[in-house]
Structure formats: structure tokens, C-alpha cells
Design a protein around this ligand. Structure first.
Ligand SMILES: [Fe+2]
Ligand SMILES: [Fe+2]
Length: 397
């Protein structure tokens, strides 16, 4: 090295960043551009352990004949799922790939988020074992315009697997759902797959704060898009939505696994940021009679795991950006990722998979784009603390 060379703080940070990025490029190739099996193996290498009660215990037997969708929603054809295998007493559980919270702007304003969604679709299409369906967790658009929603629909139409989609607040509050409905159908839907009842709900309803303030649709949308502005109301499912949920599950015996897809988390996380749902307790009451119920939610853009009694809760990654963790309310089961690397806009973003066994237990993988994948085994969520995943951390700057 030249004696004239200096390495001040800025130069050192730059060098370290370059070294990490070089390593991460190798990680990207190894972990993300290969098939799902590689992701699971990498999760193991990252410290996830599989003792009794983890993957090996999941036996996918006794599956039932799938029923057709209770309500078709646009692109989704989830009732196509694998009926032949199921009729034979399938040995597989339900495999669900997930993508969430892409927050697309129109192309002229921003193409980074659209490119990120394209990347997530490529991830799902590269899976060696095709998922039974893909769930999109809401917030497809950023400011709710039909143009943003159409862009999202077009990118998602490249998926090789059936799509089910739920609505987020960013998709809804420009036109109160007209555009979203025109592309994707009704925001409440249900269907059975391999003996599991899957339900999608609209859980970002807000009482009218805009009319008294004489807000335009754009002002309403921008207000809702700012989660902690203190102007809007808290999310809820609403009386008719809750009634629909109860009626939709009425024919399910208690032992039938139930998985609910909701954009907002259905437990008390953090009210000031609307990481919250005002009538979630009533939804939990409806789910309380089941041996195993699971709520999968978007909106929080971070690794989140929680359990209350019979109900497990799983937050999804965003493809657009990670939110910080709220100062209070983070559940004990959650293994927090540290703050994202400001030099890498993809850090702490990604997509992932869910595997649901016939007894309703859910294994979850977070497939980070800039960190090693994290596996959250069902047995850990059920109480085996020895299976706690390692933190998906990077050095912070
Ligand atoms: Fe979001
Ligand atoms: Fe959201």
C-alpha cells in the first residue's frame, strides 16, 4: 500500500461495505437464485435446528378433497390446486409462497419498487417445488391509483402459480376500493386446500375521518399512507366483516386447521403506528374454538412471530422497505432483525414461504435478499425455545 494512502473513517466504511457486498453477492447466488431446497439448507446452515417437533414431525396425511373457491378474485385460481394428489391421500402439506407490501408507484416516479416485485415473482417461479398458491399480503400500490394497481397486477400475472391477494390500506383509500375490486374482486374470500380452510379478509377499514375535514380523495389517501400522522382512525374489520368471518367458518369443525390472511396484525402490536386492529379481539374470539388457527399478515414489513393460545401470528417481509420495530409491543417470540443497512436499499426486504401441515402447524421461511434466510419452525412457535432462530443481523453503520 502506498505510504500516501490514508484510510479515514469514510474510506474504511466504504472498503468494509464493498467487502460485505462482495460476500453478499456470493450469498445471493447461493441462496436466492437457486431453488427452495437451497434456501432451506441455508437456513439450517445459518443455525436453524430441526429437533423433534420441527419439519420431520410434519406428516401430510389424511388430506381432504379440496373445494372450489368460495369467491374467485380476479387472477386467483386457487381451486386448481393439486386435486389429484389430494384425492390419493397426499403426503404433502400445503405450500404457500408469499410476496407482500410492494408499494408500487407509477413508473415515471419510481421503478425500484416495481423491480423489487419483479424479483420476488422470479424467486417464486424459481422454486423447485411449485407452491400450491401464492399469497400477496396487501399494499400492492403506494397511493392507490388504478395505474399503480394495474402495474402490480401485470407483474404478478407472470407468476407460475395461482395467486390469492388481500387488500392493504395503500390499495384502498384513493377510491375506497373501486379500482382494487375491478382488478381483483371482493376482498373477502375463502377456500379449502388439502383439508385446510384459507380465508382472506379486509382488515384495514377506517371510520370516516375525511368527510368532516372536507378532504379530497387524494388527501384521504395521503393521510392513510402516513401511518403515524394522528389524523386517521385505527384499522378494523368492521361488524359485517366479522359476521362474514364467523359465518364462513361455521361449517368448520374445531379440529380443522384455519389460516386467515389479514393485512393488519390481529393482535395488539403498536397503536400509534396503526400496527393495530381495533376489533381484532372479536376476530380472535371467532378463531378461539379451533385446535390450531394461524393469522398471516402484511403491513409491518418485518420479521414478526407471535402466539396467543391456539392462534399463531406471522408477519411477512416487504419487497419495498423494512419498517423499524415499534418501541413497545414486539412479541416475545419475535427474533428482531437489526436496522437495515442504509447503503443497500434491498436490505431486510424479500419474500418467503409457508408450509402448513394437516394439523395446522406452520413453518415459515423469510427469504431475505441481503441476509441469510431465516426459518421459524412451527415447533418453536408452539413452545420449543431451543428452536429459536438466530438473529438475521448485519453489522450496522
Ligand atoms: Fe405496507
Ligand atoms: Fe399497510
Amino acid at each position: 500500500m502506498s505510504r500516501y494512502r490514508r484510510e479515514n473513517l469514510e474510506t474504511r466504511v466504504e472498503r468494509e461495505r464493498s467487502e460485505i457486498f462482495a460476500a453478499l453477492k456470493r450469498l445471493d447466488r447461493r441462496s436466492f437464485l437457486k431453488v427452495a431446497a437451497a434456501s432451506w439448507a441455508a437456513a439450517t446452515a445459518a443455525g436453524a435446528t430441526f429437533g423433534n417437533g420441527a419439519f420431520q414431525t410434519l406428516r401430510f396425511v389424511g388430506a381432504q378433497e379440496p373445494q372450489s373457491d368460495a369467491a374467485s378474485n380476479g387472477l386467483s385460481v386457487a381451486n386448481k390446486t393439486d386435486g389429484a394428489n389430494v384425492a390419493n391421500g397426499a403426503t404433502q402439506g400445503v405450500r404457500v409462497a408469499y410476496i407482500s407490501d410492494s408499494h408500487l408507484y407509477v413508473k415515471e416516479k419510481n421503478d425500484r419498487f416495481a423491480n423489487a416485485l419483479v424479483r420476488a415473482v422470479a424467486d417464486v417461479n424459481a422454486l423447485s417445488e411449485k407452491p400450491d398458491f401464492v399469497i400477496y399480503g396487501g399494499d400492492l400500490a403506494q397511493l392507490g391509483s388504478l395505474e399503480e394497481l394495474r402495474l402490480g397486477r401485470d407483474i404478478l400475472s407472470d407468476l407460475d402459480a395461482p395467486l390469492k391477494i388481500i387488500v392493504g390500506e395503500h390499495d384502498w383509500y384513493l377510491d375506497l376500493g373501486d379500482g382494487w375490486r375491478s382488478l381483483f374482486g371482493e376482498p373477502f374470500w375463502a377456500f379449502d386446500c388439502k383439508g385446510v380452510r384459507f380465508v382472506g379478509i379486509m382488515s384495514v377499514l377506517e371510520d370516516d375521518f375525511w368527510t368532516p375535514r372536507r378532504m379530497s380523495p387524494v388527501e384521504r389517501m395521503q393521510t392513510v399512507a402516513g401511518l403515524d400522522n394522528g389524523v386517521q382512525n385505527r384499522f378494523k374489520i368492521g361488524a359485517s366483516g366479522l359476521r362474514w368471518l364467523e359465518e364462513t367458518l361455521a361449517d368448520c369443525p374445531n379440529e380443522k386447521p384455519v389460516v386467515v390472511f389479514s393485512h393488519s396484525p390481529l393482535y395488539a402490536l403498536y397503536r400509534p403506528w396503526n400496527f393495530w386492529n381495533e376489533d381484532a379481539a372479536e376476530a380472535r374470539r371467532i378463531l378461539s374454538r379451533f385446535d390450531a388457527a394461524t393469522v398471516i399478515h402484511g403491513h409491518t414489513h418485518q420479521l414478526l412471530t407471535h402466539r396467543e393460545g391456539n392462534i399463531a401470528f406471522h408477519g411477512l417481509l416487504s419487497t419495498a422497505w423494512p419498517w423499524p420495530y415499534p418501541p413497545t409491543g414486539v412479541p416475545e417470540l419475535t427474533v428482531e432483525m437489526n436496522r437495515p443497512d442504509p447503503f443497500n436499499p434491498n436490505d431486510a426486504c424479500g419474500d418467503g414461504e409457508l408450509r402448513i401441515s394437516p394439523d395446522g402447524l406452520v413453518d415459515k421461511i423469510y427469504r431475505f435478499w441481503n441476509r441469510e434466510p431465516i426459518l421459524v419452525p412451527a415447533a418453536y412457535v408452539a413452545g420449543d425455545a431451543t428452536l429459536r432462530p438466530k438473529r438475521p443481523n448485519l453489522p450496522s453503520y
